[in-house]
Design a protein around this ligand. Structure first.
Ligand code: 4AD
Ligand code: MG
Length: 431
């Protein structure tokens, strides 16, 4: 009897008869010998069929089935040094679950919109498959990083009456006759968690009605947000730096075969080593101006500025101490300059943009009240948040990392739309 073995484990079954269950990815036939590329989700393998060595009915099936036909293949595993999997399968029998004709995504080039409209199928192609496996691995690596260092996973709600990152990107929804928003960031709730548990993190979807079309913005994206009691902005940068270095190093080991499929330049990722430069906002302005950019003190960075800064240093770079007027209400003012706040952004290397945003939070209750008012935010929904400053307030800091930006960086995808199974952007709600 043949045993069912996933393709990525075939190398441990050389000489044995096995059964694979999967889909036909590609096919070449000379009329005498047919090479079927079969995928099963864990990998792909070449299944070789020789006419006359299988039942005539089986040969006929092979001649007619098209791409993405679902099938079970029984055959003997043979070592093959030239194959990426190290093996091939010599076919003895094939059972077809569904013979498919006219699969819409052929190996020829398609436009991105065509592929995005068929995202539910496009996911099966080798490159998309590799990107999403990296995403899956990165989520685990990121979670484990915080679990292993004593953080408590503390989930923030998705429905909230609060705005965190400004009111212009809120998705509003009816909540039994009241107005609610989809969460822009779990941060404010993490602050409650930090006061209860010391070190917490959340990792979930967040929503922003981003009205501009850019390759770095989705309207639904996943954010990992640690929050730490008794921590300063410098502590937050220390954690972010060690976190990113650890995650990238681990991805280089664990995602090696996927990065090979994607032809990612590994040396770019190997160069991600601490320490990362920590650039004062004022100095970043000077640097941009010297590079000939039209950038005034007080401006926020655009994608081009971020790319320029990261290329200048050749490694990830922190920008810290931003003008208060371009940052949210909760940021602690710089004790040395009242026009600045203790915010920090981490710009990824090679032009993958801002990957982390964070900093130190206001801990003084009176100052926080005045900032809410200054930013035109209603007092009542933030009463509980003010309680955190009334009862045992301490300096605390944290940050948020965008998962899709991390996946784009690690996999070398220029556009975030390929880094999540079903991307949501201003122009796309389907599939
Ligand atoms: O810089 P942001 O807006 O920071 C916050 O939301 C803080 N409340 C986080 C915190 O301190 N707990 O967002 C954090 C990160 C960005 O650096 C970026 O990686 C990602 O989230 N991000 C987006 N990713 C995809 N699409 C978007 N529209 C994004 N907006 C932010
Ligand atoms: Mg930001």
């Amino acid at each position: 009897m043949s045993s069912k073995v996933p393709i990525d484990q075939l190398a441990q079954h050389i000489g044995e008869q096995v059964e694979l269950r999967g889909w036909l990815y590609n096919k070449r036939s000379s009329g005498k010998i047919a090479f079927l590329e079969v995928r099963d989700g864990s990998g792909t393998v070449q299944a070789v069929t020789v006419r006359g060595k299988v039942e005539p009915a089986t040969w006929e099936v092979i001649e007619t089935i098209g791409q993405e036909s679902s099938l079970a293949v029984t055959g003997t595993v043979k070592a093959d040094d030239r194959a990426p999997s190290g093996v091939e399968l010599v076919v003895e029998a094939i059972e077809v679950f569904q013979a498919v004709e006219g699969y819409p995504i052929s190996p020829k080039e398609h436009g991105v919109e065509f592929l995005m409209d068929r995202r539910h199928l496009w996911l099966r192609s080798a490159q998309q498959h590799a990107v999403l496996r990296v995403r899956s691995a990165l989520q685990k690596i990121c979670r484990d990083y915080f679990y292993e260092r004593g953080y408590v996973l503390f989930d923030s709600p998705m429905l909230t009456p609060l705005s965190v990152e400004g009111t212009t990107t809120l998705f509003e929804t009816d909540y039994f006759g009241r107005s609610a928003f989809l969460s822009q960031s779990g941060q404010l709730y993490q602050e409650a968690g930090a006061m209860a548990f010391g070190k917490v993190f959340c990792f979930g979807p967040t929503f922003r009605a981003e009205k501009s079309k850019t390759r770095r913005h989705l309207t639904e994206f996943w954010m990992l947000e640690p929050e730490i009691a008794y921590a300063t902005i410098d502590d937050a940068m220390d954690v972010a730096e060690d976190f990113i270095c650890t995650v990238i190093a681990q991805a280089l080991v664990e995602c090696r075969s996927e990065l090979d499929v994607l032809e990612r330049d590994l040396s770019a990722l190997e160069a991600v080593q601490a320490p990362f430069p920590r650039l004062h906002y004022d100095d970043s302005v000077k640097l941009l101006q010297e590079a000939g950019e039209e950038f005034e003190w007080g401006d926020d960075f655009g994608g081009g500025h971020e790319t320029l800064l990261s290329k200048h240093f050749g490694k990830p770079v922190f920008i810290n101490r931003f003008p208060a007027r371009i940052k949210p209400f909760y940021m602690e003012p710089d004790p040395e300059r009242d026009d600045l706040v203790l915010g920090c952004d981490l710009i990824a290397s090679d032009g993958y943009g801002e990957i982390i945003g964070g900093g130190q939070r206001i801990h003084d209750p009176v100052l926080l009240e005045s900032k809410l008012e200054e930013h035109g935010l209603p007092r009542e929904p933030y009463e509980w948040y003010l309680d955190l400053r009334r009862y045992g307030t301490v300096p605390h800091s944290g940050f948020g990392m965008g998962l899709e930006r991390l996946v784009a960086w690690v996999t070398g995808r220029p556009h975030l739309r390929e880094t999540i199974p079903f991307p949501r952007t201003i122009g796309r709600l389907e599939p």
